[in-house]
Structures are given as C-alpha cells and as structure tokens.
Design a protein around this ligand. Structure first.
Ligand code: CA
Length: 399
C-alpha cells in the first residue's frame, strides 16, 4: 500500500487547468445569474446539501487491477475483487494484489460485458460460497449469468463452479446493459439486477423475460414461492420488480430493511428507487431523461401505476455500484448512501432519512471514473476505479 494522498487523482484536474485568459466580466454575470436562479432549478428529490464535507483523504490502497467491477470483503479482511476482462483476485490487508484465481469461467467481454459483480454468501465463514455474475455467450446470443462457487481452502481459486441462472432470453444483437449487481437480503434471499440489454422492444416491461428486472432467487437460482409473480401465467417467477433500464447498484438500507436500487437513465434521468415486490419502475414508459439524440422517450416522467424514483439526476452522473455507510470512522456519514459515478466521475453521497433522500454531496468530483464503493471491516470506504490500470482507493478521515 502506498500512502500517497490522492496525488494521482489530481492529474486530470491539472490537465483541465489550461492557461487561458477569458474575459471574466460575462462569466461573472453568468455566475451571479446562476446563483439567483439556483432555487428555481431545483428538481424534486435533487436537493444539494449545503453543509461542509467531512475532511478525508483518498489514498491508493491497491493498484494493478484491470477495470475492477465488484468486490467483497472476506471475514479475514481481504478483499475479493473482480476484473471486467474475466479475472478475480484477492487484495491483502496490506493492499498486495494476488495472482488471478483459478477456476473463473470464460466470460463474454464485448461492449459493457465481462466479469461483473461478486458477493459472499451470508454464511461464507462456514461454507466459503461466493456468488458472481457475468455476461455469457449462449447459442442464441448474450445474457447475464449468475454463478455459485466455493473459494478453495488454500485461496488459490474457485471450485464447484455452478451456473445457477441465465437472464434469458439471450439477445444476439448488442453487448450493452447487463445490469449485474448482487445483494443478499436480511432473509438470505439473493437479489440480482439485470439490464434491459439496450433493447427497443420493451424487454424491461415483459413478464416472460428476465431482462430489465430485479430477480429474487435462492442459492440454487430457484425462485421463492412467495415471489410476486409466482403462479401468474406467462410470467417468470424469479421476477421481484420490473421496468428497469440498466441497474448497477443494489443495497439494503440497514435502517429500514428496504432494498434500494439505482440505474442509468439515457440522457439524464438516472434514478434511485426503493423496491417493493411486484412493482413496475417504469422504463421505458416513463423517464426523466431523453434519448441520446435529444428525442422524447415514452409517455413523460410519471404515470399512475408506475413507481416514481425517490431521487433523480438531470443531467446524468451515471451511477454504478452503491453502499450504505454504517461504520465508525466517519460518524457524520452514518446512514449516508454512497454511489460510484462514472460520468461525470466521482463519488456521490446522499444523506437519507428512512427511505427518503434528504441531501446530496459530491466528493472526488471530475477526477477518475468510479465503479463501486464498499465499506471495509475497518469502517473505511473502499472505491474501485474504472480504469485499465485500475485501483482501489481508500477514504480515510483527515486528522
Ligand atoms: Ca424508472
């Protein structure tokens, strides 16, 4: 571990600071106007938090990871981490990165695909079971796949690697929007988010289709008998919620027990949702965003029978993984939801009250694309950067 206080992160800021000599008068006028208009521009649920941030520093905890995507801390404090091109490694408590683990299956890496999230079974200490998801090429096309495996006793690799669920139908066209975040509920159920596969045929709205959904399954990949669409003709019983675009964040709110989800909008319209079983979260019927060419999508931003997000971003921040903070290292951040943002890059902190968002703060902004944020057993925050020479950043209190 190299304790360099965020020096590499400053590189992009230096590039941006080109020596230009603008005429400052119109700029000052625009700034004054923007400040005056700010309250009018406030969007529902998009309040900015005005309180000052907690002092912290970001250090490079681990380096040499290629596009890290997901991670999970083992009971002994080591971090199991995925690399999108198809490798899994262990990061020691000293930040040292292991050789790739053996036994990782071949993954489809086109577009946004690859080896994506990983999570430990709730009883990992006893069973050593891990769950991960990746894009896979089936004979009909690509799909999101959920896999169960066991971490070998000597930690060198995976064994008993068993695919347990494919988010079918597979799709031959396109390699985008796999979703693929895993979360375990307090009841031990496994939740998996799947993307709509960037499909124009309303896959997210179809109940006979596992794309654009959040699924709730057992550790064998089987649906639970009390899932909301069990017994409905033509519906896939694994579905928990529908109408999602590309959800890459899933986290249980430790204070309420609710499952929170986030997803990318198109141009604008990124969302945070609180998931309730059987509900329809609207994509692509309703959205706060527009299409990439500026054209309108669907029927507006809200409609009876479709769930409204509890927080949106217009313009987008492209949120990927997220985590609620419950640690002791940053007492003022307890209860906050942190989201790793890709574009513009940075870390978003949402303060929450129950299942509501009460404020927003942006940290490490406009520096490096971030893919996932994880709370360590030491109460510090660990952030995966979406870079070819990717890193694990550690946020530490500034004393
Ligand atoms: Ca929605």
């Amino acid at each position: 571990m190299s304790a360099l206080p965020s020096a590499p992160l400053a590189a992009t800021a230096r590039v941006a600071a080109r020596p230009v000599r603008p005429n400052l008068r119109p700029m000052r006028r625009s700034i004054a106007l923007a400040i005056l208009l700010l309250p009018l521009l406030a969007l529902p649920g998009a309040a900015q938090e005005r309180s000052s941030s907690v002092p912290f520093r970001a250090v490079d905890f681990a380096t040499g990871l290629e596009r890290p995507w997901g991670g999970a801390f083992l009971p002994d404090g080591r971090l199991l981490v995925t690399e999108r091109p198809g490798r899994m490694r262990l990061v020691g408590r000293d930040g040292r990165v292991s050789e790739p683990l053996s036994g990782v299956p071949r993954v489809e890496t086109g577009g946004q695909g690859g080896l994506l999230d990983v999570a430990l079974a709730p009883d990992f200490a006893r069973t050593r079971e891990v769950f991960f998801c990746h894009s896979v090429l089936l004979s009909e096309g690509a799909a999101t796949r959920l896999v169960r495996a066991r971490l070998a006793g000597n930690d060198s690799g995976l064994e008993a690697v068993t695919p347990i669920l494919d988010a079918t139908p597979a799709q031959s066209s396109g390699r985008n929007h796999y979703g693929c975040r895993i979360a375990f509920g307090p009841d031990g159920a496994l939740f998996l988010s799947t993307g709509d596969r960037f499909n124009t045929k309303m896959r997210a709205q179809r109940l006979d289709d596992l794309a654009g959904k959040v699924l709730r399954v057992s550790r064998d990949g089987a649906p639970f008998a009390d899932n909301p669409f069990v017994g409905r003709t033509g519906a896939r019983p694994e579905i928990w919620t529908l109408g999602h675009r590309n959800p890459q964040g899933l986290a249980f709110n430790p204070r309420t027990g609710s499952l929170w989800e986030n997803e990318f909008g198109a141009r604008g319209g990124d969302e945070v949702n609180v998931l309730r079983p059987g509900r329809n979260y609207g994509w692509p019927l309703v959205t706060h965003g527009v299409d990439y060419d500026g054209s309108r999508i669907g029927e507006g931003s809200s409609k009876p029978g479709l769930e409204d997000p509890i927080h949106i971003w217009v313009p987008s921040v492209s949120p990927s993984g997220m985590a609620f903070y419950t640690g002791d290292a940053f007492p003022a951040w307890r209860g906050s939801l942190f989201l790793a943002a890709l574009n513009p890059p940075g870390l978003v902190r949402l303060s929450t009250e129950g299942d509501r968002v009460t404020g927003e703060e942006r940290l490490l902004w406009n520096r490096t694309r971030l893919r996932q944020v994880i709370q360590g057993p030491d109460g510090l925050l660990y952030v995966l950067t979406d870079e070819g020479r990717g890193r694990v950043l550690r946020l530490e209190p500034e004393r």
